[in-house]
Ligand binder design. Structure first.
Ligand SMILES: [Zn+2]
Length: 174
């Protein structure tokens, strides 16, 4: 994730793979340039496996929460208290709902999970826009999806499983 490299380079072919040692995720690159960064998550595999190499050198980047509500709360506090310059968060609502109830827009539980993710994201954007110092700041918000799925799984190469969406909001008054 966020390495800007192809799977053949980053080494992550499957959930059981860790990121290749030669690849630096963006939050690690920023942190090593003295830009305080945070990676907020609830699925521990990100820390215990995916970014294991980064955890060894920069454990302070990683903020584990109990669930997505906790992930949102950590991100919210980081924005409000100015403790971090770059915040990355990953949500699990949608993936869990897909595996449990099915990856489908005709599935109410899946749509509910999508709505929860969107509502939380909207709140974070509102918090960014309400910062007292907002007119003195440069801000970039990037929202990207993970994979979708077919039935209750993914890992295939169908468009539903492999297409991702990317959106960015940039604000600068300086
Ligand atoms: Zn999954």
């Amino acid at each position: 994730m966020l390495t800007g490299t192809l799977v053949t380079t980053n080494g992550v072919y499957h959930n059981d793979d860790g990121l290749a040692k030669t690849i630096s995720p963006i939050f690690y690159t920023l942190e090593s340039k003295q830009i305080k960064s945070k990676f907020c998550f609830s699925w521990d595999t990100h820390r215990s496996l995916r970014y294991k190499n980064v955890v060894e050198t920069s454990p302070q980047i990683f903020c584990k929460a109990q669930d997505d509500d906790g992930t949102f709360e950590t991100m919210k506090k980081s924005i409000e208290y100015n403790s971090t310059q770059a915040i990355f968060g990953i949500l699990e609502y949608l993936d869990h709902a897909g595996h449990t109830f099915g990856f489908s827009v005709s599935n109410d539980k899946y749509i509910e999970a999508l709505s929860d993710s969107e509502r939380g994201t909207r709140k974070l954007i509102d918090i960014v826009n309400k910062r007292k110092t907002k007119d003195l700041e440069y801000c970039l918000i990037v929202i990207t999806t993970d994979h979708g799925g077919v039935n209750r799984g993914h890992l295939g190469r169908t468009i539903m499983e492999s297409m991702i969406f990317l959106h960015r909001i940039r604000r600068s008054s300086i």
